[in-house]
Design a protein around this ligand. Structure first.
Ligand SMILES: [Zn+2]
Length: 394
């Protein structure tokens, strides 16, 4: 399934070649998958000898995954088909009543509204921001919510952190091959990375891999709440950029920077891409800092492809991409490195909810690539954050 996904369309002969399975095995498996409805024949390609070869592709509307992204005050709901195409999206407010009950109600209303057949919904994944350093203890147990919801909905329920989910969503919908070491940088209030190796999310020992934001780029740099100094998050995150803009005499007078960080950041980003020199300098400087950290990550892991995603690149993504591409190109002299492809997300603001839904789809049709889930109580710090505390009203 994963080879068919990344190939877009493929013949049985090519499938046998790429999987090292025998032709008879491929024929049997393909017949089962066609009977199951998850793949279909989409046409034929000319063959060198005689009969044209039938092409196989994923049958997108056969099954669906649903992803919920818990924000500070709202819930973004997304449903995708098997190829990662978005079939529905809505944002709804959350109140401070019980989280499990609210999510169950939203799930029913959202899937009913889209008229998705219940037997074709493969599950639900819930994603919240990663906890900020020092806040782990107060975070509620999202793994507990998962168990309650799974029992209530009688469906598989997964939990994941935002950067990891966003990475899998980009991996899935861009049809990245599992042969290609893939990474994504998630720029939001903080900064995270997601890594997909061999088609599977890399999670680390405590489901916390990808803490790019706390990669230090200066040993005696700005102090960080994590205990380290010079963390790139202190220079290039949306929170750091808004902090710098508020302290900037010209910008603080010109732009609307009061209110929440997302809105304030958007006004700086809009000014930067609309020719405001001060705003541009601020974002370009942040992009320069981020480029140094991301280059280290790329070198450490020898990534083949990288996507910039998250609300931080929704407006001013080109500034970040340009800085990063230039820095990567200018520092590739140490050893022969294959040129890395740097792309910008097509849906940076919805990357997390799309990624959550993609987790469900991958778990359903390519389950060998899905790593385990954190257990209740064991790793709550990796899957939830300050946002949940306000939602839970505790
Ligand atoms: Zn730090």
């Amino acid at each position: 399934m994963d080879v068919i996904r990344s190939a877009s369309s493929i013949s049985r002969v090519e499938l046998a070649g790429l999987t090292s399975l025998t032709q008879p095995s491929i024929s049997t498996i393909v017949r089962q998958l066609i009977d199951d409805g998850v793949i279909h024949e989409t046409g034929s390609a000319d063959s060198a000898r005689g009969k044209p070869r039938k092409l196989l592709a994923i049958n997108p509307a056969n099954r669906f995954g649903v992803g919920f992204h818990l924000g500070p005050e709202s819930l973004t709901c997304v449903a995708i088909d098997l190829t990662g195409g978005v079939v529905g999206r809505e944002v709804v407010p959350l109140d401070d009543t019980g989280l499990t009950a609210q999510l169950a109600t939203r799930f029913a209303a959202f899937t009913d509204g889209l008229d998705l057949p219940g037997d074709r919904i493969e599950g639900l994944a819930i994603v919240a921001a990663t906890a900020l350093p020092g806040q782990e203890a107060a975070a509620p147990d999202l793994a507990g919510v998962r168990a309650e919801l799974a029992a209530k909905l009688r469906l598989p329920v997964l939990v994941e952190n935002d950067s990891a989910a966003a990475a899998l969503g980009e991996f899935w919908s861009r049809r990245v091959s599992r042969e290609e070491p893939f990474g994504s940088v998630f720029l939001s209030i903080g900064i995270g990375a997601g890594l997909v190796f061999g088609g599977a999310l890399f999670r680390g020992a405590s489901f916390d891999a990808g803490e790019l934001g706390h990669l230090s780029i200066k040993y005696d740099g700005r102090p960080c709440a994590c205990g380290n100094a010079g963390c790139v998050e202190r220079y290039a995150s949306m929170a750091a950029i808004v902090e710098a803009a508020r302290a900037h005499q010209n910008l603080s007078g010109r732009l609307r920077l009061e209110g929440n960080t997302f809105a304030a950041y958007d006004s700086v980003a809009r000014a930067a891409v609309n020719g405001d020199p001060d705003a541009f300098t601020l974002i370009d400087d942040a992009a320069g800092h981020l480029a140094v950290a991301v280059t280290s990550m790329v070198n450490l892991l020898d990534l083949g492809r990288l996507v910039l995603t998250g609300p931080g690149v929704a407006v001013a993504g080109s500034i970040f991409a340009r800085r990063l591409r230039a820095h990567l190109a200018g520092t590739a002299h140490a050893r022969p490195r294959r040129e890395i492809v740097v792309e910008l997300s097509a849906q940076p603001r919805d990357a997390v909810s799309i990624g959550a839904a993609a987790l469900v789809v991958q778990a359903s049709i390519a389950p060998g690539h899905t790593a385990g889930q954190p257990q209740a109580g064991a790793a709550s710090h990796s899957t939830t954050g300050s946002v949940l505390r306000s939602i839970a009203g505790s």
